[in-house]
Write a protein that binds this ligand. Structure first.
Ligand code: SAM
Length: 270
């Protein structure tokens, strides 16, 4: 576990007195780059959704399946991974480059801890980089030299908003973020989204905790999540609970609250 007293975290822009999205996600992925305040937040969520650790695993698993599809069948070689989080297992560049070593990956996150821990692990080769930027300002991300160095916007791009849009409130205009990014990429590009979904009473209760303790969190309905893909060709099986998106193995007949807590899908720009 990270130690609050070990470094001058504040000098890195890291506030150890409040939970952060990236670090609480690290807790549920059973990582070690988190502080007491982050673990306390997850304890509160786990009282409402005890399966929260499984939910994080479903999200990482679908990220792997999605990137495998994008680099494999869809043949994409450029990945813009927004809200990429702390390095963990099966990072986007590891999955994509295991299929096509020349794949370029730009990781974007606004939490300074991602850059602090991610630079060595995520930017591990010449085709991969990490930048600190805010997805609520997509024009700025698209204009960054570091992004343009690795991504050629004349060729198809995989735009990944995996586990991030539920951190944007409605007045932060997630649809505008999606549209700005997808307008900047050519036909054949893909959009990959996963999001918390207001799919049960427990989900609605967890949303209240997220808003109260973390200050972000708007769990959308499946219809709202599907609307983000408007104008694109949604691939089979559509926007579904994550364990149902092109599973590698058998799926349970009856889905639990945890199975249904996050929905997602992938679409192609025609
Ligand atoms: N995409 C990874 C995955 O699905 O495994 C990580 C998801 S994690 C739940 C969400 C990430 O989004 C966090 O690392 C957080 O710092 C980042 N994030 C939240 N709001 C953001 C914003 N406005 N701009 C950029 N990153 C943001």
């Amino acid at each position: 576990m990270a130690d609050e007293r070990q470094y001058d975290w504040a000098s890195l822009g890291i506030d150890v007195t409040k939970p952060s999205i990236a670090r609480t996600y690290d807790v549920v992925l059973r990582g070690k780059d988190n502080f007491e305040v982050d673990r306390a937040f997850v304890d509160e969520i786990a009282k409402i959704v005890p399966e929260i650790y499984d939910v994080a695993a479903y999200n990482r698993q679908v990220l792997g399946r999605g990137v495998r599809y994008l680099a494999g069948e869809a043949g994409l070689r450029q990945f813009l991974d927004l809200g990429s989080g702390l390095p963990t297992v099966q990072n986007t560049h590891q999955v994509a480059q295991s299929i096509a070593p020349e794949s370029s990956v730009v990781y974007v996150d606004n939490d300074p801890i991602v850059l602090a821990h991610g630079r060595a692990l995520l930017a591990e080769n010449e085709h991969t980089t990490v930048v600190t930027a805010d997805v609520r300002e997509p024009e700025e991300i698209l204009a960054l030299d570091e992004v343009r160095r690795l991504i050629d916007f004349g060729r198809p791009v995989a735009v990944m908003l995996v586990g991030i849009l539920h951190h944007l409130h409605d007045d932060e205009k997630p649809q505008r973020v999606v549209d700005t990014l997808m307008d900047a990429v050519p036909s054949g590009s893909h959009l990959f989204i996963t999001s918390f979904c207001a799919s049960s009473q427990e989900a609605v209760d967890a949303e209240v905790q997220y808003q109260g303790l973390l200050g972000t969190g708007r769990f959308r309905t499946p219809e709202e999540i599907e609307r983000w893909f408007t104008g694109l060709d949604l691939l089979e099986p559509g926007v579904v609970p994550l364990p149902l998106w092109r599973p590698d193995g058998p799926v349970p007949n009856e889905l639990t609250v945890g199975h249904r807590l996050m929905y997602g899908g992938i679409a192609r720009k025609p």
